[in-house]
Ligand binder design. Sequence first.
Ligand SMILES: [Zn+2]
Length: 526
Amino acid sequence: MGTYFSNGTIWRGKASYAKTLRVDGGVIVEIDGARSTNDIEVDLQGGFLAPGFIDAHAHPLFAGREGQGPLLNGLQTVEEMVAAVREFADTHPEIEWIIGGAYEAAAVDRGDFLAQWLDDAVANRPVVLQAVDHHTIWVNSKALEVGGITATTKDPVGGTIARNSDGSPRGTLREPLAIDLIMRHAPIRTIENDVAAIAWACDQYLSCGVTSATDAWIEPGMAEAYIAAEKSGALTIDVSLFFLAQPDTWRARFDYFTELRQQIEALGDASKLRAQTVKIIGDGALSSGTAALLQPYLDDPDTSGLLIWSDEEILAAALAFDAKGYQLHMHAIGDAAVRQALDTIEKVIATNPKWDRRPVIAHAQLIDASDMHRFAALGVIANFQPLWTYLDPMNKELIAPRIGDERNNRQYQLATVVKSGTRISYGSDWPVTSQIPLLALGVPTHRQDPAGGQPWSPEEAIPVESSLVFYTENAAFQAFNEDRFGRIEVGMQADLVHLDTNPLKVEPISIPAIKVITTYKNGVAY
Ligand SMILES: [Zn+2]
């Protein structure tokens, strides 16, 4: 018994449409055929059926971990945040430590949040909240007490404790070693916690039309949780894992990652899990002055940011992983990091044997004009975050003063990248920004604040249909899954999303109002 879809716009992929679709056994079996007598009929009611969205750069396990605590994303005021923490604490009396995120640090002058504000909501259990930058925490007095942090506690190397004039801690701590003063006392996460986090993340994705994703930051313990999730059935969407290679650990973890990869391959073709990618982070972020630039920052002319790897070491890592059949997924935000990534890929191609390597540069916010043609020439996929392509307060208030308007306004040159012949894929970078594709889909076209306002560098706008391709077919290609999903073709998995309205027929600014009616994963309706 199959399922027969009709009476809507069926978008199969770029400029390709169908009138009807038959799905059977979780697979697309017929396009534009007739209904079989036993078929269940799905009336699309004039809506839009497309391949499920694919999130080609995201962090679902981190998002799921955040989802196990109070969710503060998008809240604008301290009152709203404290209320959310109080509500979570009241409904979860069994949880010893209340750990949540991600709060908007810009809601308070200089980002110093006070412990007392949280004490009003929760006094007897530690509360630890992550800021959206994932480099800052806001804690209550109980957490400061458990961490033993007082006026006499010294700042750890590379970290800071925000203090009152008498030296007492205010409730905000910055950078990993300061955060660890408190978090090393927190209950250890179990693999069961992480499997539950993965299941939650999958539910979030399916509810907004995403049927496949990536986890772009796999450290020890995380792949094990995904394997457990796959074995238990908790993993309900396809996920490709990216092992995180860092300058100080990649050699020691090389064999371990390869062993995990073999375990994942041993799960077989029917498994939803894949692992064939290594993530290499080339630089930081423009907002914090840590993205690596070819020309200095304006606010601090002595610095042009930070390349995380030396040229020699990044090449050594890239050569070693590439030789073992790993795809390179390189985080590069500033133009110097983009150039280092391109140089590295060029040398890998020239040195190692030829294979279908599909290297990726993620974010690619600032690309020097002289490097633009190199993406296509080297077969590099540019992975962009569509929701980032407008002049948001971070670009306007934090980044523009640091790098100047010329460079600021040259960010996210999607139209120029398309024109250069480069393949683009999309990722949300969830939980840094929302995982919901319909919030992002129209932004690279209108390049405006979703609330309205002036378009940002409108000459870099691209058509909505291109964005749809980058979110489906091209994202599948990035993960070597183009034979499994990403288009509507006979023999592919029935990973589909049914929208109430055709996003190609409305004003791009109004796309977020479109509703997901049903997401189909392997033909099963969610
Ligand atoms: Zn990321």
